[in-house]
Design a protein around this ligand. Structure first.
Ligand code: KIV
Length: 267
């Protein structure tokens, strides 16, 4: 457990020291507090909020206003972890100006310390523009859910030699552009290892094997609070959904039988 504030500088330091980086998603104040007090290095207000909190069937529909709403709540619960806002679909794709304005909103309105963008060489100009504004950028390669319609589904990426080579080139370009780290989603572990070796910035894996410099997962997945779709790479550490369902059923039964409220809960 750590008690000191994590900054962007810690990412490279941790890679140099071969000390693994932990990152989890949060979308609200209570979860942010729990993650932060466990000493997790970084909290990502992911656009996965669209699927696990807002009921959309993809992240495509998430708006900037929704992201800011959730990021503001998370900010209040995070003291030490590094807080990253996930730029939603169409908040940066159209222009460098959009990218700067919306990254700026994460920092100015929600108190985030960095933003994440999906894409490789195609987003280098956006990365540089955001960095020019003084905002650190985390890259995201491999399975990039905002491009699900182009990729043709949620599939493992970089399985053939050509697409693997392209991912390596993309990672190098993101490092050159100034990213402080790169998320690698759903790629073969050996490819992630090659990228990890090639970069001096950390790789943060999600479904990318053990060789990455850090790991990120969707918190709702690891606690069993979202079961509509459970990716193979997720490890379930708790079954909160079952506990919550049981509590709700017990409350209903107590109300219907008249055993709640009892004397202890009355004035
Ligand atoms: O939105 C998200 O939660 C993410 C992570 C899973 C990397 O992008």
């Amino acid at each position: 457990m750590t008690n000191s504030k994590i900054t962007v500088l810690d990412f490279k330091r941790k890679k140099e020291k071969r000390s693994k980086i932990s990152m989890l998603t949060a979308y609200d104040y209570p979860m942010a507090r729990l993650i932060d007090s466990a000493g997790v290095d970084a909290v990502l207000v992911g656009d996965s909020v669209g699927m696990v909190m807002l009921g959309y069937d993809s992240t495509i529909y998430v708006t900037m206003d929704e992201m800011i709403h959730h990021a503001k709540a998370v900010r209040k619960g995070v003291k030490n972890a590094f807080l990253i806002g996930d730029m939603p679909f169409m908040s940066y794709q159209a222009s460098d100006e959009d990218a700067i304005r919306n990254a700026g909103r994460f920092v100015k309105e929600a108190g985030c310390e960095a933003v994440k963008v999906e894409g490789g060489m195609d987003v280098v100009s956006r990365v540089k523009a955001i960095l020019f504004s003084g905002i650190p950028v985390l890259g995201h390669l491999g399975l990039t859910p905002q491009s699900v319609n182009k990729i043709g589904g949620y599939k493992v990426q970089g399985k053939d030699a050509a697409s693997a080579a392209k991912l390596i080139d993309d990672a190098v370009e993101l490092e050159k552009a100034g990213c402080f780290g790169v998320v690698l989603e759903c790629i073969p572990a050996n490819l992630a290892k090659r990228i990890q070796n090639k970069l001096s910035i950390p790789t943060i894996g999600i479904g990318a094997g053990v060789h990455c410099d850090g790991q990120v997962l969707v918190t709702h997945d690891i606690i069993g609070y979202f079961d509509k779709f459970v990716p193979k790479f997720t490890k379930r550490y708790a079954d909160v959904g079952t506990i919550v369902s049981k509590a709700i059923e017990d409350f209903k039964t107590d109300v219907e039988s008249g055993s709640f409220p009892d004397e202890d809960h009355s004035f």
